[in-house]
Design a protein around this ligand. Sequence first.
Ligand code: BDR
Ligand code: CA
Length: 306
Amino acid sequence: MNKRSIIIDTDPGIDDALAIAIALFNEELDVKLITTVAGNVGLNKVTYNTLCLLKYFGKENIPVAMGADRPLIREYEDASSVHGKSGMEGFDFEKPTQTAIKENAVDAMRSAIMESEEPITLVPIAPLTNIALLLKTYPEVKNNIKEIVLMGGSASRGNKGVMSEYNIGVDPEAAHIVFHSGVKLTMVGLDVGLKALVLPEDSEHIKGMNKTGKMAYCLFKKYRGGSFNTGLKMYDSTAIAYLLKPELFEAVETYLDVELHGSMTHGCTLVDLKGYLGKANNATVCLDINGDEFRKWFVDAIEKCI
Ligand code: BDR
Ligand code: CA
């Protein structure tokens, strides 16, 4: 089988940890590089967390490159209230031996994309700072990017602000650059993630399944993206699910933009379903997900891990 080459841009992050696990052990995906960006917690912490995960999964051969330590323009705001102080609270990881490569995330992405024989898919599951810097600094990479499938934004309301989702709301200027880059783009947003729930019975099931399930269970006990008892939101895994099983989603071709100047709505994604803005479509936006099928897929995907 021809594997699909991907780069994951991430800020682990408890839901990031699960998305990374699923991608690493899926036979259809080849994770070429993982890049880190300040998000859920600061850059050093998310990078350390990524290295911990790779050690835990026995995948220290996958390069990790550090990216931006703050948004393009705005003040950095973390999400440690959701993921804990370390960003992956709840599990004691062994100290990693691997270190991040010397190249920064933007240069490392450029090299991986330009050297790849087949076009690469970018999967950002964090603020879009690194991806925006890449597309602006090295626009030539666009020719060898298959598409960008990102977790972020919302076709309805927000979780950072009334109308802004965290990944987009933290760095809306970066999102603006990515949305207008001309690269094929799919947005799997917050409103979809709200329905991508892991229920307590799923957590109990995966707990004894394997190493990954054991880790997930401990992290889930501390995760504040939803509630352990009524359902935990697996936002970032929805981007991986879209790559592997798009039939789980209802999606539309539409015009997508982001509010930069609203005094109360900056970071809000505008999904112009009715064409009010009269602009050409520039994105595929997921509007719904089959939650029951997602849960089955998620549990099966964890079973494929070590
Ligand atoms: C997104 O924000 C982060 O807290 C999660 O890891 C996810 O990427 C959800 O809004
Ligand atoms: Ca994330």
